[in-house]
Design a protein around this ligand. Structure first.
Ligand code: UDP
Length: 458
C-alpha cells in the first residue's frame, strides 16, 4: 500500500540528509521508514562514498530512494581525510555545492521536493534548502538533555571549558564532568565542538525541529524546548518490530556499513541462561586506549559472567597479547561487529556495558536492558548521567586520576547489575521505559501524533 502511494506524484516528497556516519544515518532512515509507511515518498541523501559502502538497504517495502552527493572524499570517505577538521571543512565546501546541484537536478527532472530534513550537524543544508525555497526541518540525533546544554554554551550562558556545577532547565544540577566532553574539556577535537555548539546558528529558520527521543523520557527538557521551536518528538527510531510491530518488514536499521557475523552471535547467545550475558560495545567510533583495553579485557576475564564483546577491527590490535586466541570459548565471545538490536533483545543478555552513544542509549532503554555506563567522550558523559541518575536503569563506572576505569571497578559494576539489588531496580525501571517507548511510537502515541502533525503540515 505504502509502495503504491509512493509511486504517485501526489504523495509528499521528503529528502532526508543525515551526517554520513552509521549512528546519524540510523535515526533518519528509520524516521524515513515511518514517513514512507504513511504514504510519503522519501529520498536519502548521502555521500558517494557511503552510498558505495552500504551493505544493505531494505528498499523493498520501505522504499527509500538514495541520491549521492560529494563530500570531497568520494573514494575513501571520512577515514581518508587527514583529520576530522579537514573532513568537516571539505564536506561543508564541497557538499554545499553538490547538494545545491542535486536539488536543481531533481527539480529540472520534474521531481517536486516538499521538504528537506537535515541533521543538525550539517547546518549549511538549511541554507541550501531555503535558497531553493524548500521547507526545511532540523533533526537532532542526540538527546534533548545534551542539546539543552549545547544551546546554553552557544548563547554564552555557560562558559567553556566548564569547571564547576551547572544548572539548565529541566535537568538536575550537573557536575562539570557530567556535561558533554566538549563543554568541560575542549580537547583535541575543535572541529566537532564547533559542530555541536553551532547546531543552533540558523535553527530559528527551520520550519520544524525534530528530535529522536520520546516525550516521557525527557519530558521537562522537551517542554522547555517546545517554548523555543516547533518541536516534533518522533523517537525512539528503533525498527518497528522491536517496538510497536506495525511496520512488518522493519526488522533492522536497513543500512549496514560493517558486516556482522549474525548466526555465530545468535548461536552463542542461544546456549546461555536467561540474563547471564554481559554485552559490551562502544559503537562505531569510540577508541579505547591500550591501557583501558587491557583493564576491560581483564575485567571480563575475571568477572563471573558470560560476555560478548564487540572489538572493532580498528580496535583489535590494542587487545592484550593472547586475549583473542584464548577468549572464544564457553564464557566469552569476541566479535568485530554484531546486530546490536538482536543481541540486546536476546533473553540471555542481562547487562549492557556501553559507551552511551545516544543510539545505544535509546536501544538499551527501549529494549529494557540494564546498563553499566562507560562513557568515552562527546555526549556520552551526559547520557551516562541520565541512564544512572535520571532514568535509573544502571550504574556508571568510575575513572581514576589517569582517566582509566580499573578492572575491579568494572567487575563490581557488572556484579551489581547481574546479581545485585541495583540490578533488580534497574531491570524494573528498564522494563517500564520499554513499555513507554513502545507506547510513544504506537498508533496514537506521542511520537506517532507528532509525525502525523508534521505530515498534515507538509
Ligand atoms: N551497532 C551495531 N553493532 C555493533 C555496535 C553498534 O549494530 O556491533 C549499532 C548500534 O545498534 C547503534 C549504532 O551502531 O545503533 C551506534 O550508534 P551510537 O549512537 O550508540 O554510537 P556511535 O557509533 O555514534 O558512537
Amino acid at each position: 500500500m505504502a509502495d503504491e502511494q509512493h509511486k504517485t506524484n501526489k504523495s509528499p516528497h521528503v529528502l532526508l540528509f543525515p551526517f554520513p556516519a552509521q549512528g546519524h544515518m540510523n535515526p533518519l532512515i528509520q524516521f524515513g521508514k515511518r514517513l514512507t509507511s504513511k504514504g510519503v515518498k522519501t529520498t536519502l541523501i548521502t555521500t558517494k562514498f557511503i552510498s558505495k559502502s552500504i551493505l544493505s538497504l531494505n528498499t523493498t517495502t520501505n522504499a527509500i530512494d538514495i541520491e549521492a552527493i560529494s563530500d570531497g572524499f568520494d573514494e575513501g570517505g571520512f577515514l581518508s581525510a587527514d583529520s576530522s577538521e579537514t573532513y568537516l571543512e571539505t564536506f561543508h565546501e564541497v557538499g554545499l555545492k553538490s547538494l545545491g546541484d542535486m536539488i536543481k537536478k531533481l527539480q529540472s527532472e520534474g521531481t517536486k521536493i516538499d521538504a528537506i530534513i537535515y541533521d543538525t550537524f550539517i547546518t549549511w543544508a538549511l541554507d541550501v534548502a531555503l535558497e531553493n525555497e524548500i521547507k526545511c526541518g532540523a533533526f537532532f540525533t542526540q538527546a534533548c538533555s545534551v542539546n539543552n546544554i549545547y544551546y546554553h554554551v552557544h548563547k554564552g550562558l555557560i562558559s567553556v571549558p566548564l569547571g564547576s556545577t551547572v544548572s539548565v532547565p529541566g535537568l538536575p544540577a550537573l557536575e562539570y564532568w557530567e556535561t558533554p566532553s566538549f563543554v568541560h574539556n575542549l580537547g583535541p577535537y575543535p572541529g566537532w565542538s564547533e559542530i555541536v555548539f553551532n547546531q543552533f546558528d540558523n535553527i530559528d529558520k527551520a520550519r520544524w525541529v525534530f528530535t529522536n527521543t520520546f516525550y516521557k523520557l525527557e519530558e521537562e527538557v522537551i517542554e522547555w524546548m517546545k517554548k523555543m521551536w516547533p518541536l516534533k518528538v518522533i523517537g525512539p527510531t528503533l525498527p518497528s518490530m522491536y517496538l510497536d510491530k506495525r511496520l512488518e518488514d522493519d526488522k533492522d536499521y536497513g543500512i549496514n556499513l560493517v558486516k556482522a557475523n549474525h548466526s555465530e552471535c545468535m548461536n552463542w547467545l542461544n546456549d546461555k541462561p536467561k540474563g547471564s550475558v554481559v554485552y559490551v560495545a562502544f559503537g562505531s567510533m569510540a577508541q579505547l586506549g591500550p591501557e583501558q583495553m587491557e583493564e576491560l579485557a581483564c575485567a571480563l576475564r575475571d568477572s563471573d559472567a558470560n560476555f560478548m564483546w564487540v572489538a572493532r577491527t580498528d580496535e583489535e590490535e590494542k587487545l592484550p597479547k593472547g586475549f583473542k586466541e584464548n577468549v572464544n570459548n564457553e564464557k566469552g565471545l569476541l566479535v568485530a561487529w554484531c546486530k546490536q538490536l538482536d543481541v540486546l533483545a536476546h533473553e540471555s543478555v542481562g547487562c549492557f556495558v556501553t559507551h552511551c552513544g545516544f543510539n545505544s542509549t535509546l536501544e538499551a532503554v527501549s529494549l529494557g536492558v540494564p546498563v553499566v555506563a562507560m562513557p568515552q567522550w562527546t555526549d556520552q558523559t551526559t547520557n551516562a548521567k541520565c541512564l544512572e541518575d535520571i532514568w535509573s536503569v544502571g550504574v556508571r563506572v568510575k575513572v581514576d586520576d589517569k582517566g582509566i576505569v580499573r578492572r575491579d571497578n568494572i567487575v563490581s559494576c557488572i556484579k551489581e547489575i547481574i546479581n545485585g539489588e541495583r540490578g533488580k531496580i534497574a531491570q524494573l525501571n528498564a522494563s517500564r521505559w520499554k513499555d513507554l517507548a513502545k507506547d510513544a511510537v504506537d498508533a496514537g502515541g506521542s511520537s506517532d501524533r507528532d509525525i502525523d502533525e508534521f505530515l498534515a503540515e507538509v
